[in-house]
Design a protein around this ligand. Structure first.
Ligand code: RIB
Ligand code: NA
Length: 310
């Protein structure tokens, strides 16, 4: 049984406070709502792909604790294959403290915990599955060596790779670019990786060209309400700006993960669809997610979306 989408990445318990604004250093402010949710970029992307109908498997590590047990149940509830979900007593399940302001913007501190103990051993165990998957997705909330090893495993087996360099690190190993069929990041990540400001479509085109030069098959830079830009190594001259419909934003947390999970779904199910069309549809999916609070709780299922998206 081959998986459509495999994700090697993180699981975090999201501890979310909604407040009128983000507090300053040393300041205490009143918030109006608190909730706990399932998050972590890797798991978010996997759950979005699963909700659209992809056959998914997650390769990750959680703690032998209440949050870890709950997380495994969340995967099972979504039909995500959990044979490669490890549990360790050496660290706690990853946690993210999130504050969301009235504009739907956020500030996040993650404590990766058990995520950092995901390594070669687990990848070796998952290799037979990885080598037969349609698409493999990685991020940077587990150790970078683990992500890079997973991307290489996939590439050696002609499995399509999506790499999301988030949260971004300034000195990203150049091998990540070469191991990415699709390198997908947001404006601030593109800025950190290229060292030049990326605030709109024009600058995103330029940053995209620079990232493309480093060896990726394609580059997508997401621009929130401005959609995204799509660049391909095969047609380097034709950068495309893919626009998106305006929506009322409640909470943008995890919107990028919704986009990537959807992109992975489209790459697996419609391999010949033009990348910009996949990106257009993934924008629509992520656009639904920003209209409700939370990360995974806000991700649409196939049944919530118009039939022409499938
Ligand atoms: O991308 C959003 C995610 O980032 C949240 O779910 C949080 O867990 C952090 O990892
Ligand atoms: Na949301």
């Amino acid at each position: 049984e081959a998986f459509d989408v495999m994700v090697v990445g993180s699981c975090m318990t999201d501890l979310v406070s909604q407040a009128p604004r983000l507090p300053k250093a040393g300041e205490t402010i009143h918030g109006h709502k608190f909730f706990i949710g399932f998050g972590g970029k890797g798991a978010n992307q996997c759950i979005q792909a699963a909700r659209l109908g992809a056959k998914t498997a997650m390769v990750c590590k959680v703690g032998k604790d209440f949050f870890g047990d709950n997380y495994i149940q969340n995967f099972k509830d979504h039909g995500v294959h959990t044979d490669f979900v490890g549990q360790t007593s050496d660290a706690a399940t990853g946690a993210a403290s999130i504050i969301v302001n009235n504009a739907g913007e956020n500030a996040i501190v993650i404590v990766a915990g058990a995520n950092m103990l995901l390594g070669s051993e687990e990848l070796q165990k998952a290799l037979p599955a990885i080598s037969h998957a349609k698409v493999l997705v990685c991020q940077l909330e587990v150790s970078p060596q683990t992500s890079l090893q997973a991307l290489r495993m996939a590439q050696e087996n002609k499995v399509k790779t999506i790499f999301n360099p988030a949260p971004a690190i300034p000195d990203l190993d150049k091998d990540f670019y070469r191991a990415s069929d699709v390198f997908c990041c947001n404006e601030s990540e593109a800025e950190l990786l290229t060292g030049s400001s990326v605030t709109g479509v024009e600058e995103a085109h330029e940053a995209g060209q620079e990232l493309l030069k480093r060896g990726c098959g394609s580059v997508i830079i997401t621009l929130g309400p401005q959609g995204c830009v799509v660049l391909k190594a095969q047609e380097p001259a034709s950068t495309k700006h893919v626009q998106t419909a305006a929506v009322t934003t409640v909470d943008t947390t995890g919107a990028g993960d919704s986009f990537i999970g959807a992109l992975a779904f489209y790459m697996a199910h419609y391999p010949t669809m033009p990348l910009e069309e996949m990106a257009r549809r993934a924008n629509q999916v992520a656009g639904v997610s920003v209209q409700a609070v939370g990360t995974q709780t806000s991700y649409p299922f196939k049944k919530d979306l118009p039939a022409e998206m499938f």
